[in-house]
Write a protein of this length. Structure first.
Length: 122
């Protein structure tokens, strides 16, 4: 899944989430990373309706806890940490939790998976 692909339709409102992992922002961020599999901070900020710096701070904290893994690329690629002792169970829990909020699946489906042809009009 390519990083940096623009959304077809931006979300009209921030994605909802329970405060299961300490705050609604942190839970929504983890659910979104689980649903999207690999993403980047600007996309997360767009989906959550917040600033990139706020998402970066939350990502830093969650990465220190070992729940996510990032790799510096042209942009900071974000995934759930596959080396975490309960990675499989965490992913299953987050995906199950996201099933209760159809907005996450709609957001995933609205992502552009390939770049637009240069000569194609917007």
């Amino acid at each position: 899944m390519p990083l940096g692909a623009p959304l077809l339709v931006p979300p009209s409102e921030p994605l909802p989430a329970p405060a299961m992992f300490g705050s609604t922002m942190r839970t929504a961020l983890l659910m979104l990373v689980a649903v999207l599999e690999e993403t980047y901070p600007a996309e997360l900020a767009r989906a959550l309706g917040t600033s990139v710096s706020s998402v970066q701070r939350t990502l830093d904290k969650v990465e220190i806890e070992g729940l996510i893994a990032t790799r510096p690329h042209v942009v900071r690629a974000v995934t759930l940490n596959p080396l975490h002792p309960v990675a499989k169970e965490l992913r299953a829990l987050l995906l199950r939790l996201a099933e209760g909020y159809p907005q996450y699946q709609r957001f995933k489906e609205s992502r552009r998976l390939r770049p637009r042809r240069r000569t194609k009009p917007l």
